[in-house]
Design a protein around this ligand. Structure first.
Ligand SMILES: Nc1ncnc2c1ncn2[C@@H]1O[C@H](COP(=O)(O)OP(=O)(O)OP(=O)(O)O)[C@@H](O)[C@H]1O
Ligand SMILES: [Ca+2]
Length: 925
């Protein structure tokens, strides 16, 4: 029988033996007890088998082998038995009990499911003695060890293969059920996770926070939990929706008239009316179905992503693939992808307004909450769907999809009907008004006809047909379909509209406020210039987040000293930093990535290891400054040092000295002026300026120098702005960057810098609303603004009657994006926060797409207007034709069927294609 190791062992003999074996038993040559090739009666393996098997592999006599199960199965025996079962089925079908016993006992048994059967040619001399059928050797791979069964007839082999398959399937299934049961025991609710320590959650969900789950394990867990998403609940079946369409009172009346026609023996009328009704209903049904489908598709256009640790690699992946136990990293601007129990939180503030209604972001901690009451008290949980306003953190996914707290909310939300767009509303009103008028006129016609003594049934069917034709009950649907189709067309042009009304607004935008970094520029930052506080000046070559490039010192007086100064300066940039570069991909903020890259180019490695980070003051667009408090690990006197980087004026405010070689010199007004001029000169080239300083206290820093970071405008922005201008849309730049940088970029992209003014955040602060409103139209560049200012600017523009679009990518844009008539977010590099706040998303961050979207928006608006006009004119034509004919006692120029046909044809451009299909179909059948 088979055995587990690669050394030859005593093997269970055929029918008699039920012995158990261990791996440690010494190897012995095949004996009588061992299974040997029967036909050749030789104790040595046949040549071919010897060639194809690893040394010491066992042999099985396929003919004689039998199922044997140890009475008291141990792990080994179980494994053996399982294996035996697999092998021996050549003759005997294994009994169920054996399999079950074997499987339940040990892991090895389960591993036996790993069976591969390979056929090898039997030795030439191995001719079967008793049978004419050629024999074969088959190799069975069990637990990665090869076993050979010799002398198997083809039929036996088929049996072996078949049985092996069945057994391995059974074993796999049992193994899986067991695992599923185990996994289900380890899940915990979000509330439970909040009430225990992070370590407990980690161990309960069996994950190491340093390495994360394995891909295989994730795959398995996902089979249990499903994808991290909400299944939109299935509506009525299609046939029911189709029948629904008949529930329209007018259609019912028409049907009634068809029935009456049958009784009156006017079969051709009855037939044509019925056909027409079916077509009307089908067209309406298809339209509604299509609009539903396209609306559904909309929600799937921008799949959220997240950063997750798997097999020690930090991966950026779709949030839908998360499972409980995944380790997720959160940073400013992220949308929380699942319910997460935090085990690390640095100044982590999360906006839970969508969830709790609380407008103030909630500060998160990692400590356990003893008895959590309500969502607000669970300070150690980041809830799915909420947004990281600032700081960063790490946590473990505890619940996903519908199991998350947000899932509960989602279920409630599903029951709410989606609000109608203003356009849909006005169409509804128009529809009702038209219905009232039409009914009135139709009533008149019918009474008149009746008085004139026309056949009552004719008058009735004509009246009802007129009602069907003239009452635009399909109008709202057509509007929705047109909007939805437009939205899909925009999606093809890489602009995703989140809500239908946006399309209406797009047609009338006349001002676009655009932030600079990430919208106008690529937000791919490269340090190109360095100026130290001593005045050493260096150029940096190379682009991208890598070490390809060099730092060239220009004005060097003493080159060693200069190198040291540059080193000290760049060191701050590395330590006061949260980004990482893996290969060439950057995780984190581009500005920080640029600082890491320049240090790499200066061949500075392992700088971080020298210091231990004690505290961080994260960067925010309000402060425009970031600081970390550290100690030098190798210093005996563990002195605290602050490393600071940020906008020059903010950093200089905290500095009292500047560094000059090994000395620190007090900052004079003159020196400050000098530094500002240097910054101005760098900024004038369109570079972003970051100042770097360090010191023992945050109020008493030593200034070390500046870096200039290049981030040029994207291609074709200039052309797009020109095109927008031609459409009557003005573009304004609103940026957190310095004046000279903003102005430089502004002129690069063709903003009117001659007539347009510039305005800073501070200036806005010193203005009344009224003053701002008076001048805001003429400003083309706003600089050094905070998120609050961005909002004020939008409001002031709106107060002047503008329809304002706002584009942005960062957290600092989100409030303004929400306030703007249309918020436009960058889809690729934009933060989740800003995508959430926006109405439209540019998939590939291309500014040109805005132009395309506005074109589409205008087109759709135009289409709908035309359609309404068309519908109205045909209704009026039909009504007046019949009314006049009745008044003047002329025979009716159109019969009921003809009216209906006209109605079908005019029922909207999207429908026409289907009508043609239907006609063709009717013709064929
Ligand atoms: N990670 C950072 N650490 C420290 N300071 C920074 C950092 N990033 C940017 N700054 C400073 O803050 C200023 C602008 O920041 P802010 O976030 O308000 O604007 P932005 O979003 O980068 O630009 P825009 O509003 O045009 O998109 C920069 O000019 C720079 O001096
Ligand atoms: Ca930005």
């Amino acid at each position: 029988m088979l055995h587990q190791t690669t050394t030859a062992q005593p093997i269970v003999d055929d029918r008699r033996q039920t012995d158990t074996m261990t791996d440690t038993e010494p190897s012995s040559p095949p004996t009588q007890q061992n299974i040997r090739p029967r036909e050749s009666e030789s104790s040595s393996p046949p040549p071919s088998a010897a060639l194809s098997e690893p040394p010491g592999a066992g042999y099985i006599d396929g003919d004689r082998a039998q199922t044997t199960v140890a009475d008291t199965p141990t792990e080994e025996t179980a494994a053996m038995t399982a294996t035996a079962v697999l092998a021996i089925t050549a003759e005997a079908v294994a009994d169920e009990k054996a399999i079950t016993d074997a499987a339940v006992v040990g892991e090895k048994a389960a591993a036996a499911a790993n069976v591969e059967v390979t056929e090898t040619a039997a030795a030439a001399d191995e001719k079967p003695a008793s049978t004419a059928v050629p024999l074969k050797n088959i190799e069975i791979n069990v637990n990665n060890k090869t076993e050979v069964i010799i002398g198997v007839t083809p039929q036996m082999q088929i049996n072996v293969n078949r049985e092996n398959k069945i057994i391995s399937k059974k074993l796999q299934k049992m193994e899986k059920d067991k695992l599923i049961a185990e996994h289900e025991k380890m899940w915990l609710t979000t509330k439970e996770a909040s009430a225990v320590s992070a370590e407990d959650v980690l161990s309960r969900l069996r994950v190491n926070f340093r390495s994360g789950l394995s891909w295989k394990e994730c795959e398995f867990r996902r089979q249990i939990t499903g994808y991290n998403e909400f299944s939109v609940h299935q509506g009525d079946p299609l046939w029911k929706k189709y029948i629904e369409q008949f529930r329209n009172p007018l259609i019912l009346l028409l049907l009634a008239s068809a029935v009456v026609s049958v009784f009156m023996r006017q079969f051709d009328d009855a037939f044509s009316i019925t056909t027409a009704i079916i077509i009307v209903v089908t067209v309406a049904f298809i339209q509604e179905y299509r609009s539903e489908k396209s609306l559904e598709a909309l929600t799937k256009l921008v799949p959220p992503t997240c950063r997750c640790l798997r097999e020690e690699q930090l991966e950026s992946m779709y949030a839908r693939s998360l499972v409980p136990g995944d380790i997720v990293y959160l940073s400013t601007g992220d949308r929380v992808p699942a319910d997460i129990r935090l085990f690390e939180a640095t100044d982590l503030a999360i906006d839970e307004s969508s969830f709790t209604g609380e407008t103030e972001p909630s500060m998160k901690t990692t400590e356990l909450v003893l008895s959590p009451k309500g969502h607000t008290s669970m300070k150690n949980i980041a809830f799915m769907g909420t947004l990281v306003r600032c700081g960063n953190g790490k946590g473990i996914v505890v619940n996903t999809g519908e199991k998350s707290e947000f899932g509960e909310l989602f279920k409630l939300m599903q029951n709410e009907e989606a609000p109608k767009t203003p356009l849909q509303n006005s169409m509804d009103i128009l529809g009702t008004q038209l219905s009232v008028y039409s009914f009135f006129i139709i009533g008149l016609i019918m009474i008149l006809g009746w008085i004139q003594g026309r056949p009552i049934l004719d008058m009735f069917t004509i009246g009802v047909s007129l009602a069907v034709a003239a009452i635009p009950e399909g109008l709202p649907i057509v509007v929705t379909v047109t909007l939805a189709l437009g939205v899909m067309r925009m999606a093809n042009r890489k602009a995703i509209v989140k809500k239908l009304p946006t399309v209406e607004t797009l047609g009338c935008v006349n001002v676009i406020c655009s932030d600079k970094t990430g919208t106008i520029t690529n937000n791919e930052m490269t340090v190109t210039t360095i100026i130290t506080s001593e005045g050493y000046y260096a150029d940096v070559s190379g682009t991208g987040y890598n070490d390809q490039g060099e730092v060239h010192l220009l004005k060097s007086f003493s080159s060693e000293q200069a190198k040291q100064s540059i080193y000290n300066l760049l060191e701050i940039g590395v330590i006061c930093n949260n980004a990482t570069i893996n290969g060439e991909t950057l995780q984190g903020q581009p500005t920080e990535g640029a600082l890491l890259a320049v240090a790499m180019k200066n061949r500075m490695y392992g700088v971080n290891e020298k210091y231990l980070k004690l505290q961080e003051y994260p960067f925010s667009s309000e402060q425009k400054l970031m600081a970390v408090k550290c100690v030098n690990k190798y210093d005996d006197v563990k002195e605290e040092i602050y490393f600071v980087k940020g906008a020059l004026e903010k950093v200089l405010k905290q500095c009292t000295k500047y560094s000059n070689g090994n000395d620190k010199i007090s900052l004079s007004a003159k020196k400050e002026q000098e530094i500002s001029t240097e910054a101005y000169e760098i900024g004038r080239k369109g570079l972003r300026v970051i100042a770097l300083a360090k010191g023992e206290s945050l109020q008493d820093l030593v200034y070390l120098g500046l870096v200039g970071i290049c981030d040029p405008p994207k291609p074709f922005v200039r052309e797009s702005i020109e095109q927008l201008y031609n459409y009557g849309v003005k573009v304004k730049l609103v940026t957190g960057d310095a004046q000279e940088t903003a102005v430089a970029i502004g002129s690069m992209i063709g903003l009117d810098m001659i007539h347009g003014q510039t305005l800073s955040g501070t200036q806005i602060d010193n203005m009344s609303d009224h003053q701002l409103k008076a001048m805001v139209n003429n400003v083309s560049v706003f600089y050094r603004v905070t998120p609050r200012h961005k909002l004020t600017i939008i409001k002031a523009l709106q107060a002047n009657g503008n329809v304002v679009g706002m584009t942005g990518d960062g957290v600092n844009d989100s409030v303004a994006l929400k306030k703007a008539d249309i918020g436009i977010a960058m889809g690729k590099n934009g933060t989740d926060v800003c995508k959430e706040a926006s109405d439209m998303i540019l998939v590939d961050d291309d500014f040109q797409t805005i132009v395309a979207a506005i074109e589409e928006g205008k087109g759709i608006f135009f289409n709908i207007r035309n359609f309404v006009k068309f519908q109205l004119s045909t209704s009026i034509a039909a009504l007046s034709l019949i009314a006049l004919a009745t008044i003047f006692r002329i025979p009716n120029p159109l019969n009921a069927m003809q009216i209906l046909w006209i109605n079908i044809i005019m029922d909207g451009p999207p429908a026409q294609r289907y009508i043609i299909y239907l006609f063709i179909y009717l013709l064929i059948s």
